[in-house]
Write a protein that binds this ligand. Structure first.
Ligand SMILES: [Fe+2]
Length: 218
C-alpha cells in the first residue's frame, strides 16, 4: 500500500524481505566467493535480531529528495529474474522513500547532493532499528561520480539496475545487475555511472553507526 507521506511499514518490510530472500537464495546456490558468502550469512544472522513488528514512523516519511528525478530512465528490462522481486518491492515507492545524503557539500562536485542518495530501511537511523546491521537502497543519477570514500562498516552491494564502473583499491570493474560487491572495512571505493542511473541494494555490518566519509584523495 502506497502512502503519499511515505512508505508504509508493510511495504518497507516487503522490500527488506525481498533483499533478505535474495541473499538467502544466493547463499544457497553456493556460487559466491567465500568472503561474500560469509558476509551474506553474517547479514542474515544479524537480521534475525531486528524487531520488524515495530517501525519508527518518523523514518518512514518521504523526503522528496531530488535523486528521484534522476531515476526516470531506470533500465529494468535487462534485469535478471532474481533481482526483479527486489525491484518490484521498491519501484512503486521510489518517490516516497526516506532518501538522505549526509556528506558535506563539495566544491569540486557541485550538485552531487542532488544526484545521489540512499534510503535505509534497517539501521540506526531507519524505520526498523538496528545498531548491528543496515539494509537500504542507494541511487546515483546518470553521468555521476560517487567520489572515493570509506567507512568502518563492511558493505555488501547488490546491483539492481544500471551498469556502473566500481572502483576498489584502485581497481575498476563494470558491474552489471545481479553482481554482489563486497567492500571490506575501511577500504576506499567509488562508483561512476554512465548513461544509466544506478540502483543498488546494500547491507552494512560491523561499525554501522559511523558514517561514511570522503577520502582526501577523491
Ligand atoms: Fe560504501
Amino acid at each position: 500500500m502506497r502512502h503519499a507521506q511515505g512508505i508504509t511499514s508493510a511495504a518497507a518490510l516487503a522490500a527488506v524481505d525481498a533483499i533478505r530472500r535474495h541473499f538467502a537464495q544466493r547463499l544457497a546456490q553456493n556460487g559466491e566467493a567465500p568472503e561474500i558468502a560469509a558476509e551474506l550469512a553474517n547479514v542474515l544472522v544479524l537480521l534475525e535480531s531486528v524487531d520488524f513488528a515495530q517501525a519508527d514512523a518518523a523514518h518512514l516519511r518521504a523526503s522528496h529528495h531530488p535523486v528521484i528525478r534522476q531515476l526516470q530512465s531506470l533500465v529494468t528490462a535487462k534485469t535478471a529474474d532474481v533481482e526483479r522481486a527486489i525491484l518490484a518491492a521498491f519501484l512503486p515507492h521510489l518517490d516516497v522513500l526516506p532518501w538522505r545524503y549526509s556528506y558535506d557539500a563539495r566544491a569540486d562536485h557541485p550538485g552531487l547532493e542532488t544526484r545521489m542518495a540512499w534510503s535505509e530501511l534497517v539501521g540506526p537511523i531507519a524505520p526498523f532499528s538496528s545498531r548491528k546491521v543496515c539494509i537500504g537502497l542507494t541511487a546515483i543519477g546518470p553521468h555521476t561520480l560517487y567520489p572515493v570514500h570509506a567507512h568502518p562498516a563492511v558493505e555488501t552491494y547488490l546491483v539492481l539496475s544500471g551498469a556502473a564502473r566500481w572502483t576498489m583499491n584502485g581497481i575498476t570493474r563494470t558491474q552489471p545487475p545481479g553482481m554482489l560487491i563486497l567492500h571490506p572495512s575501511n577500504v576506499v571505493h567509488a562508483m561512476q555511472t554512465d548513461t544509466e542511473p544506478l540502483l543498488a541494494a546494500y547491507a552494512w555490518t560491523g561499525e554501522v553507526e559511523t558514517l561514511s566519509s570522503y577520502s582526501t584523495a577523491g
